[in-house]
Design a protein around this ligand. Structure first.
Ligand SMILES: [Zn+2]
Length: 75
């Protein structure tokens, strides 16, 4: 079973459909049962859409890791 931290770490790949099917299936199952990860993915999608509309630089892996750490520690 994946943890919330696993999902947060791979959320970007999940949104981009850049994972093997078995990993994606495990993520989908966790997201189905976990309110916090559903909320996190919804926020990530909205944030991405906003940055793409504004032509802003996407977050660096370090920035994403900081956000993940914050979300995982403050549900
Ligand atoms: Zn979760």
């Amino acid at each position: 079973m994946l943890t919330c931290r696993d999902v947060a770490r791979e959320a970007s790949d999940y949104i981009d459909h850049a994972q093997p099917w078995h990993r994606r299936w495990r993520m989908a199952f966790h997201i189905f049962i976990c309110f916090y990860c559903r909320r996190f993915l919804r926020h990530l999608r909205v944030t991405r859409a906003m940055t793409q509309q504004r032509g802003a630089e996407p977050a660096s892996p370090q920035e994403v890791a900081q956000i993940v750490e914050h979300v995982c520690n403050h549900p």
